[in-house]
Design a protein around this ligand. Structure first.
Ligand SMILES: Cc1cc2nc3c(=O)[nH]c(=O)nc-3n(C[C@H](O)[C@H](O)[C@H](O)COP(=O)(O)OP(=O)(O)OC[C@H]3O[C@@H](n4cnc5c(N)ncnc54)[C@H](O)[C@@H]3O)c2cc1C
Length: 363
């Protein structure tokens, strides 16, 4: 049987798209170079934060709006998965050392200027202790960004693999698809993340390093981010006493193991925020490259001649943006399946996604 779509790359975007496309009634085949648990994906290494407000300071309003859309989709989508996925939407607490109060004021001003829907609260020491007992007497001020979320990335990848089985997606795990191959389907969708560079020349890697700790007894209700002029490190509690400390952001295609500098930066921030982490156990140190386009925004491009779509450039925002991006792809697919020679124009909702010129530049 000829499938409607063949998806190459079953990381975060590929799995999510395959599942939602199948739920919408399309026949889907998925090819993933690595295991079904998802350990070949950048999404396996990631922190899983869905924090549109915290990102508003560095990202354009349209991306923030897409992040908000994703934030509203995640709970519903996660509920529809066949296995539970840890999701915490109790918001972000931004904290800082006294010497960095200027950085906090700058962050607050930028947030107000860039995000008209920004809703945050300034907390004093007492309020911090009430909101986040683990931080009691550690910080004199904080900014609370309610509603922001994080999703357990590894549980998500596994639950998505189960969902693909449930909805009848034909999955080929451990199946690397070469550039020269054209899987048999009406439309092929390339979701290879950083590995798509051979076709999309402007893609680059942005290295990120992350540490996973086991710290039973240290439980955080919120995501904690330490504001600092030179780094942006966050701490996220995960079930069973686990804690994620991420992430560095380095302009480099180098996905080799974590550097001493990266490990020191992440661990010293973690220790300065929560000194009781001194006795935590380091379970994993990891690194990978985020797939980024020159403007650090995601893009969809389509070549009518090749009947090939490429969706990429999720950068630091895979979990923040992928539901909104998937929704967009599903909105244009019916038209393209009816007429594969149709040209993909700019999206009315997210104008920066997908243009004909980009599609032509692709081949
Ligand atoms: C340290 C770190 C922390 C991060 N934290 C966050 C965060 O908190 N929040 C957030 O929103 N984002 C975060 N990200 C970014 C996020 O992980 C990425 O944006 C996201 O994973 C990109 O998704 P993707 O599906 O495009 O690529 P991937 O997740 O990398 O998936 C691509 C898949 O394609 C497969 N593949 C490659 N080549 C082939 C081939 N030839 N044939 C078949 N399959 C192939 C790969 O095996 C892989 O499974 C973080 C990234 C890093 C590195």
């Amino acid at each position: 049987m000829r499938h409607d779509i063949a998806i190459v790359g079953g990381g975060l975007l590929g799995r999510l798209l395959a599942w939602r496309a199948s739920l919408s009634g399309l026949g889907v085949v998925l090819y993933e170079a690595k295991d079904r648990i998802g350990n070949g994906a950048t999404a396996w290494v990631a922190g899983g934060m869905v924090t549109p407000q915290a990102e508003a300071v560095d990202a354009e309003p349209e991306l923030v709006a897409m992040g908000r859309r994703s934030l509203s989709l995640w709970p519903e989508w996660l509920r529809a998965l066949p296995a539970p996925v840890h999701y915490n939407a109790d918001g972000t607490l931004l904290v800082w050392q006294r010497a960095d109060a200027g950085e906090a004021r700058r962050f607050e001003a930028l947030l107000k200027a860039r995000d008209p829907l920004a809703s945050f609260q300034r907390l004093d020491a007492q309020q911090i202790a009430a909101q986040e007992p683990a931080l009691s007497e550690r910080f004199h001020e904080a900014l609370y960004l309610p509603g922001e979320a994080n999703v357990d990335n590894r549980q998500l990848l596994s639950a998505l693999a189960d969902a693909l089985d449930e909805t009848g997606v034909e999955c080929h795990w451990n199946r690397h698809v070469d550039d020269a191959e054209q899987p048999d389907a009406s439309i092929v969708i390339d979701c290879r993340g950083k590995s798509a560079k051979s076709r999309w020349k402007e893609l680059r890697g942005v290295r990120g390093e992350i540490v996973r700790l086991h710290a039973p007894g240290v439980e955080l209700r919120h995501m904690i981010r330490l504001l600092h002029p030179r780094s942006s490190v966050y701490l996220i509690s995960r079930p069973n006493g686990n804690l994620v400390v991420g992430a560095t952001t380095i302009e480099s295609d180098d996905a080799s193991p974590i550097s001493v500098r990266g490990a020191l930066e992440l661990l010293s921030v973690a220790y300065s925020v929560l000194p009781e982490l001194a006795e935590a156990r380091i379970v994993e140190m990891n690194s990978d490259c985020r797939p980024a386009l020159p403007d650090n925004r995601p893009a969809i491009r389509y070549s009518p001649a090749a009947r090939r779509m490429e969706v990429n450039g999720l950068y630091r925002h895979g979990f923040l943006l992928s539901p909104a991006v998937v929704e967009e792809v599903l909105a244009v697919l019916p038209q393209l399946l009816k007429n594969p020679h149709h040209e993909l124009g700019a999206s009315p909702r997210w104008p920066s996604l997908g243009t004909r010129e980009e599609a032509l530049a692709c081949h």
